[in-house]
Design a protein around this ligand. Structure first.
Ligand code: RIB
Ligand code: CA
Length: 314
């Protein structure tokens, strides 16, 4: 039985790269139709190149990469290369990929794919700013009803922000896009810092990767070691959260997480709190459910899944 038809929209990005390697390791479970990329952690040309390099590393050169929008819908771009390195892939060696992105753009590809496949067939995993998805929804509102589900990494409620005091990076980087998606009525699962901060690459967990003898596992170990250093130097100081991999892990093993229905609204005006996610669990007629919000994660179970997936590259 073929896997879940999936498009991964991302901004690789160290943790996006880990998420891609996990997703591409399980073709029987996840039928990755395409990877679409967006400017975010680093510029759009680099995120597209990095996605091409990661698909090569995964041994999945047949998965097409489509480069997306190079700036947010409204606000000025804000990068996160201080966390991901100048290349966007930490200290991994980078080069020109054997095959670059397709000539078509990501937004057009999203619209074309969603219109050509059966309604309710395609799931979207979003691990960067929601710029491409929001632009596609704005350009072709008919696609909203054709999306099976959007599973995104973004936002924060209990944990506060990681790029400002009150906003998580993906939402802060394009709050207007996030607001379009939040208001669209799409079936939305949002895994924010409240759960990703529970799934961290602690030294014992990273040591487990050393027992996996493959170029892919070694690359993940190197990426996580880079993140551990940046978290110690300029982050919150603890072990690096597995932000984007949580999206893939939820798709493959949803029982590892607990979600709560919520009404989701995004701050798009205030300079102080731009990109804040107002996650309201007290639903009412005036505040209907618009998302499922991640509240708990089984971190040990999640890392077991990470090791199982990377072990498939052996
Ligand atoms: O806040 C974490 C998110 O911002 C992750 O998607 C990471 O890649 C960065 O883009
Ligand atoms: Ca990302």
């Amino acid at each position: 039985m073929p896997g879940l038809p999936l498009i991964i929209d991302c901004d690789p990005g160290v943790d996006d790269a880990v998420a891609l390697l996990l997703a591409l390791a399980a073709p029987e479970a996840l039928d990755v139709l395409a990877i679409t990329t967006v400017a975010g952690n680093v510029g759009g040309a680099l995120t597209a190149r990095n996605a091409c390099l990661v698909r090569e590393l995964a041994g999945r050169p047949e998965v097409p990469v489509f480069a997306g929008l190079d700036r947010p819908l409204v606000r000025a771009p804000v990068a996160a290369d201080h966390f991901h390195g100048e290349s966007g892939l930490g200290d991994l060696p980078v080069r020109a990929p054997a095959r670059g992105p397709e000539t078509a753009g990501a937004v057009d590809h999203l619209v074309q794919t969603l219109r050509s496949r059966p309604a309710g067939d395609v799931t979207l995993a979003v691990t960067g700013p929601m710029t491409n998805l929001a632009a596609a929804m704005r350009e072709a509102p008919d696609i909203v009803a054709r999306i099976r589900q959007v599973v995104a990494m973004g936002g924060a409620r209990r944990e506060g922000g990681n790029i400002t005091a009150s906003a998580e990076y993906n939402i802060h980087a394009d709050p207007h896009a996030a607001e379009i998606v939040a208001r669209s009525g799409v079936d939305l699962v949002l895994l924010g810092l409240d759960v990703t901060h529970q799934v961290t690459a602690t030294p014992p967990r990273r040591a487990r990767l050393k027992g996996l003898d493959s170029p892919q596992a070694r690359a993940v170990g190197q990426l996580l070691a880079f993140s551990a250093r940046t978290e110690a130097e300029i982050g919150l100081g603890g072990p690096p959260p597995m932000h984007d991999p949580c999206v893939v892990l939820w798709l493959l093993a949803p029982d590892l997480f607990r979600l709560r229905p919520c009404h989701l609204a995004i701050e798009t005006e205030s300079p102080l709190t731009l990109g804040h996610t107002a996650v309201e669990f007290r639903l009412s007629a005036g505040r209907p459910q618009t998302a499922l919000w991640g509240v708990e994660a089984d971190a040990d179970g999640a890392f077991d899944q990470v090791c199982d997936l990377l072990g498939r590259y052996g």
